[in-house]
Design a binder for this molecule. Structure first.
Ligand SMILES: [Zn+2]
Length: 237
């Protein structure tokens, strides 16, 4: 409570000294920014609704009918052609706007809280290869994890798994090519984690075929984790 009051005074002062604007539409955010710190309520109200978990799971099931490694799935938004929304996702994925990643991650955490009382042991991001990390400078899934971690108060595990080889970017590949592209790509990174019996929340920015998440989840199951749910910002298609 005291912390909130201090934060609110601090925002008032910052706004007085240099009024803050919404990262997307440029409108002033005002002083009531406890909920959304970087994107205004008007922008949020124009964003698409979350998809049903059932629809996400069906997608995974139809692409990988022989094995069930993902227990449940959540996504903050369905796809939309709203230009502000597209801009938001582009900024998250390619411009390294870490505060947007954290803010959306926080929202995703709040959504998960409303939908389940599963208590996760770790929040794990889909890793990117170190060469891509060098080239891009950030892994957007890690930023999302930080936001979720703030909301759910659960630790992140950034060094549990890694990408063993550099893969072509998925965006231009067909569903079949995507499946092949990420097979056997993920491996355990650190031996210090014992995932035996643990419940994991696996995080990526965008869900398309579910191929990346599926193969990542398989690697985590091989490390003896008991249950894996997935969380993404957008469910495409
Ligand atoms: Zn706005």
């Amino acid at each position: 409570m005291f912390k909130d009051t201090v934060k609110s005074y601090l925002y008032s002062f910052i706004d007085f000294a240099s009024p803050r604007r919404c990262e997307l539409c440029g409108n002033y955010l005002g002083t009531n920014r406890r909920k959304h710190e970087f994107i205004c309520d008007d922008c949020y109200s124009n964003f698409p609704l979350p998809p049903k978990s059932k629809d996400i799971l069906e997608r995974i099931q139809s692409n990988f009918p022989d094995e069930k490694v993902i227990n449940n799935s959540y996504s903050l938004f369905s796809e939309s052609d709203n230009p502000d929304f597209m801009e938001l996702i582009y900024s998250l994925k390619y411009r390294g706007f870490s505060r947007i990643g954290k803010e959306l991650g926080f929202e995703l955490g709040e959504l998960i809280k409303r939908k389940t009382d599963v208590r996760y042991d770790y929040i794990i991001p889909v890793p990117i290869h170190h060469a891509r990390l060098r080239e891009r400078g950030f892994n957007q899934s890690e930023m999302i994890c930080c936001g979720i971690s703030n909301s759910l108060n659960i630790p992140t595990g950034f060094d549990i798994i890694k990408r063993a080889r550099y893969t072509q970017t998925q965006t231009k590949l067909s569903a079949q090519e995507r499946k092949k592209n990420v097979k056997d790509v993920f491996v355990a990174k650190s031996k210090k984690y014992n995932l035996s019996g643990k419940t994991i929340l696996l995080v990526d920015d965008v869900f398309t075929t579910g191929s990346t998440l599926f193969h990542c989840a398989k690697c985590i199951i091989e490390m003896k984790a008991e249950k894996i749910d997935t969380a993404t910002i957008v469910f495409v298609g």
